[in-house]
Design a binder for this molecule. Structure first.
Ligand SMILES: [Fe+2]
Length: 293
């Protein structure tokens, strides 16, 4: 039986009390372009998709939803049937900007997930000023029921388990060749920890740090090469205080082999999913404890 398979994280929808500040940040600092404004909601793209970021005015600051693209081997009706067989409720939504039809459901952590097969293309193209990441790469969120959440993404949406930091603390999952698309962090609360954007290379990381400095956005943590995933990562706050990660050099996962492509900075060969200690392979001291923000 063909199973449900997500293959990428396509967009995140931010609820905000300060939409103008968030739109300014995503256009002037991150280099995204507005593709549509409908009913007060702003849709931004970093190049090819109708949207990768949605800014939704609200009375609170939080993530409204995450959008994942399916591989298209099943119709949305067939996806709903499979979810129903697993006891997972979902709704079919039609007529959203850029996506004619999508499925909305909750993961066990309570996050709203939107699944779709097709999104309209953007006519705006990649930006030429600001950071302009390659793509939205991953999200990390705290969950007070992380084991249930990890199981859900693996069994219901086709993710693979790739790594841990600490026994059962950070749990990394992927749905494609990126080391992780999800980082599910064991906690006594449930909320987003950070959202991450992939850069082109290490020089882009330097240039991006200059852009952040120019716009008065100090780096909280890094740049440093992580242990799990080996990405060179830095973190800063957006205007709402969400933690934004910029990264490059993320490990490439080969699902068929259950291992990662070799890289010069790897200590293990072949590198397979394992439990890591600590966050930095460079021994970098960080001023901000990311586990406490
Ligand atoms: Fe991350």
């Amino acid at each position: 039986m063909t199973k449900i398979k997500v293959f990428r994280l396509a967009y995140a929808d931010f609820m905000t009390k300060n939409p103008e500040d968030m739109i300014n940040y995503y256009t002037n600092v991150m280099g995204y372009r507005v593709t549509e404004k409908t009913a007060g909601i702003t849709y931004l793209s970093n190049g090819l998709d109708h949207h990768n970021i949605i800014i939704t005015p609200a009375e609170k600051t939080a993530i409204r939803s995450y959008g994942y693209q399916l591989d298209g081997k099943l119709s949305l009706e067939e996806v709903q049937e499979q979810l129903q067989l697993q006891g997972i409720a979902s709704k079919l939504r039609k007529g959203k900007p850029g996506i004619a039809t999508l499925i909305e459901l909750n993961d066990p952590a309570g996050n709203i997930i939107e699944l779709f097969t097709d999104m309209e293309h953007s006519a705006v193209g990649y930006g030429s000023s600001g950071i302009v990441p390659l793509k939205l790469g991953h999200i990390a969120f705290y969950a007070d029921n992380h084991k249930e959440v990890v199981q859900f993404y693996q069994e219901s949406l086709g993710f693979w388990f790739t790594d841990q930091i600490g026994e059962d603390f950070c749990n990394f999952l992927t749905c494609n060749s990126d080391h992780h698309v999800l980082n599910i962090v064991a906690s006594n609360e449930t909320r987003m920890h950070h959202i991450a954007f992939q850069l082109k290379d290490a020089s882009h990381q330097c240039n991006s740090s200059d852009v952040l400095a120019k716009h008065g956005r100090p780096i909280l943590w890094g740049p440093s090469r992580h242990t799990a995933g080996h990405n060179i990562a830095s973190y800063h706050h957006d205007p709402d205080g969400n933690i934004i990660e910029l990264y490059t050099d993320l490990d490439v996962f080969i699902p068929e082999l259950g291992m990662f492509e070799p890289r010069p900075w790897h200590k293990y060969l072949p590198l397979k999913p394992r439990v890591w200690e600590g966050l930095s392979s460079w021994g970098t001291e960080f001023e901000v404890d990311l586990a406490k923000v």
